[in-house]
Design a binder for this molecule. Structure first.
Ligand code: ARG
Ligand code: GLU
Length: 727
């Protein structure tokens, strides 16, 4: 409490200090309220997060655990990204009825489509439980002992907090375990697909425009949460009723202006802002360049096969997008880290820390050896870095090898027949999924090139003997590939299914022990367990401990500074302003894009840039309804909110708590922000809510969906302000 008070005082003295950077737990916002209001916010921290009354947080959900969604009507309507709903939309698609290509609009509730396995999670409340979790744990307690104790307490605190309720509880470490917070959750499992634009809108620009500004993607889809008759979570049932949420976001028709206050509410996945220089160096000089090279090759091969064959094009579309997404992100990240001198900055901070530590004996005792030890541990990890990266990215990037690894328990004979029987369906389903999107020729070419790269880059001591014996020449690896792909049952759905149908632990294992595909998968796993995994096992826990101390030290050193915890898939708020940027020398970004720009990018010969006929008509007749400005029909905008993966589908909210956009990406120059944020450069990308409304209303004719939302414009907003504004 005292700390918060201090921070609060510090904040009052220099409100501009905290602008933009940071992903805050909603319950931390009291300390930031002044700064947020100085930047234009008309709400209070209590309007955003309250334990006692409905607040903005009640309209925000974790969507399926990997994205964010928000409630936009009092009938459980949820807005998220097209790329977040992609899996669900694809699952309802077939060649005859391809919803990805055509789009889908439920014209009434009966037409909405159920999605097995999809869920949304609300946060009921959150609580700082550091004291309970850490009571009596001395800083020098051995890490293993600490871990055990912490796990036991987490279990007990969660149990006590949820006993007799239908709620769940998650407790996670923050600041590397210096603090712990508990989240009480409510999860709904009946989530139905309501609407999705065709990919020519929802994925317009495809991989070419991914991570890029200027952007013109209508990256949204609509779902609806259903509850049991009592309003509580219930399994899917036709009897279920649309959920009446505690809050839903009013939708603004007023648009955005440069300089407007915005905040993004959601579930960012992972950032690593406290990494030491050693880790950043390893990432920039080893991990990123190698995984980018590997993916270059994978994309080249997949792309070529997709171009040559339509079936392959569809089969590999999602894989390709997944590989391309982070390939491009890492390139941007490395570039950005160089541009910002991230390494030198980290080193400077560490020098400053060292000088601070040297100032007294107590600090020397506590932190004296910290940085040396970081250096030693990262040196150990550097030794196995390539072995790890090439296993993960190159070898397991080959479908045949990955399938062999996931069937390892069967191949080893370690799975009793009874276990197999209970898991049989799971294995069958896995095979179907695998082979539905599998092409042997593509995979075999990947196999050859990935093995070659592996052999050329991984020190031989970390290569299984089996691979050491093969020459690092194309001819030798090709000959080996011929053998594996002709003999292994892993390349054939039929033979894999036969194996499952006749499964017998001993006999099957005996047969698979001679299968060259399983032999290879096994050898890769063995060498990993023998040479690589133990290094992580002996360094990671100590690194965790070192970071815990380092971050504690940094906070002590800069007591005037508010430190935000790294993203860890918990609910966060970040705020910034609508703003263009100058991301590179000579390049200036305007803050918005328009429908005009979609027409400029149109290319009927390129799948990524097809503009649907109906959208062209709307453009030609300027049939924009209330959704356009005087001068243009808006599509996307950028703002200085600090976001990351997982923030997809997050609402962009204005100063009064109204929905103005839907977050879906960052600009390429921003992608280093997971490690180092720059307020000048970093911009999140959102689709303007008015474009979303235009597509639902004018393009799809799903006007009934717009009608169930709470649309507000300036006049109505003034009323709202009275309700919400600070006195
Ligand atoms: N870059 C965005 C994110 O990280 C969008 C990815 C989906 N779009 C794509 N073209 N692959 O998830
Ligand atoms: N597209 C990302 C997601 O799926 C958000 C972009 C980012 O990483 O900022 O969460």
């Amino acid at each position: 409490m005292k700390r918060i008070l201090l921070l609060f005082l510090a904040l009052c003295l220099s409100p501009a200090l905290w602008a933009a950077e940071g992903m805050w737990l909603p319950l931390m916002l009291k300390a930031l309220q002044d700064d947020m209001q100085a930047q234009g916010m008309k709400l209070t921290a209590e309007d955003i997060y309250s334990v006692n009354q409905s607040s903005l947080k009640d309209a925000i959900v974790s969507f399926g655990g990997f994205c964010t969604g928000e409630l936009i009507s009092d009938e459980g309507l949820i807005l998220t990204n097209h790329h977040c709903g992609y899996g669900a939309i694809q699952a309802h698609s077939s060649v005859q009825d391809d919803l990805l290509t055509k789009g889908f609009w439920a014209m009434n509730k009966e037409e909405e489509k159920a999605n097995a396995g999809l869920f949304v999670t609300f946060i009921v409340r959150m609580e700082d439980v550091s004291e309970q979790v850490l009571k009596g744990i001395a800083p020098d307690m051995p890490e293993a002992e600490r871990e055990k104790l912490v796990a036991a307490r987490i279990k007990e605190i969660s149990r006590a907090a949820t006993e007799g309720t239908h709620y769940g509880a998650t407790i996670k470490p923050f600041y590397y375990g210096n603090e712990y917070y508990m989240f009480i959750t409510e999860t709904y499992e009946d989530v139905r697909l309501v609407g999705a634009p065709p990919s020519s809108i929802g994925k317009f620009g495809g991989d070419t425009d991914n991570w890029m500004w200027p952007r013109h993607t209508g990256d949204f889809s609509l779902f609806r949460v259903y509850a049991g008759p009592d309003g509580k979570p219930a399994k899917y049932s036709p009897e279920n009723k649309p959920l009446k949420p505690r809050h839903h976001l009013p939708v603004s028709l007023d648009g955005v202006q440069e300089g407007d206050f915005t905040m993004v509410f959601g579930f960012p996945g992972r950032t690593q802002q406290y990494l030491t220089s050693h880790a950043v160096k390893l990432l920039m000089e080893q991990t990123n360049p190698h995984r980018i090279n590997i993916r270059d090759k994978r994309l080249e091969i997949m792309g070529r096969h997709m171009k040559a064959n339509d079936t392959v094009r569809i089969q590999y579309a999602s894989k390709y997008a997944g590989v391309a997404n982070y390939w491009k992100k890492w390139m941007g990240e490395n570039r950005g880290l160089h541009q910002l001198n991230a390494l030198q900055d980290k080193q400077a901070l560490e020098a400053q820390f060292t000088a601070w530590v040297q100032q007294n004996a107590e600090r020397r005792e506590m932190y004296g050896n910290l940085l040396n030890r970081f250096a030693e541990l990262y040196q150990q990890q550097e030794r196995i870095g390539l072995a790890d990266t090439y296993r993960r990215e190159a070898l397991l990037g080959v479908d045949l090898i990955r399938l062999g690894s996931s069937f390892a328990p069967i191949a080893s004979g370690s799975m009793p027949a009874t276990d197999f029987t209970t898991q049989r369906d799971r294995y069958d389903a896995a095979l179907q999924r695998h082979f539905k999107d599998y092409n042997v020729a593509t995979d075999k070419e990947l196999f050859v090139d990935m093995l070659l790269m592996y052999k050329q880059n991984v020190p031989s001591e970390f290569q299984p003997e089996l691979l050491q014996k093969i020459d690092a020449t194309e001819a030798a690896v090709k000959a080996y590939a011929d053998k594996v792909y002709s003999q292994s049952i892993l390349s054939s759905q039929k033979r894999m299914q036969e194996m499952l149908a006749t499964y017998n632990p001993k006999a099957t294992a005996k047969k698979l022990r001679k299968d060259p595909g399983f032999v290879l998968a096994r050898a890769i796993q063995d060498i990993y367990e023998k040479e690589v995994a133990p290094v992580f096992a002996s360094t990671d826990p100590e690194l965790e401990l070192l970071y815990r101390r380092f971050v504690a030290g940094l906070r002590q050193m800069h007591q005037d500074k508010l430190f935000y915890p790294d993203a860890n898939s918990t609910m966060r708020v970040t705020y910034g302003i609508v703003d263009g940027s100058t991301p590179q020398d000579g390049v200036k970004y305007r803050y918005y894009t328009t429908l005009e720009g979609i027409m400029e990018k149109e290319d009927p010969s390129n799948e990524e840039f097809i503009v649907p006929q109906r959208l062209k008509e709307i453009y030609q007749t300027k049939d924009y309804g209330p959704y356009a400005n005087e001068d243009y029909m808006p599509v996307c905008f950028i703002a200085s909110n600090h976001t990351t993966g997982g923030n997809s589908g997050s609402p962009v909210i204005d100063a009064r708590g109204r929905l103005i956009g839907l977050n879906f990406d960052r600009s390429w120059e921003s992608t280093m922000s997971d490690i180092k944020y720059s307020p000048e450069i970093c911009r999140n990308i959102a689709v303007d809510i008015r474009y979303v409304l235009l597509i639902i209303d004018k393009f799809a004719g799903a006007t009934h969906l717009v009608e169930e939302m709470t649309l507000v414009d300036e006049a109505a907003a003034t009323e709202k302000v009275e309700l919400l504004e600070v006195d």
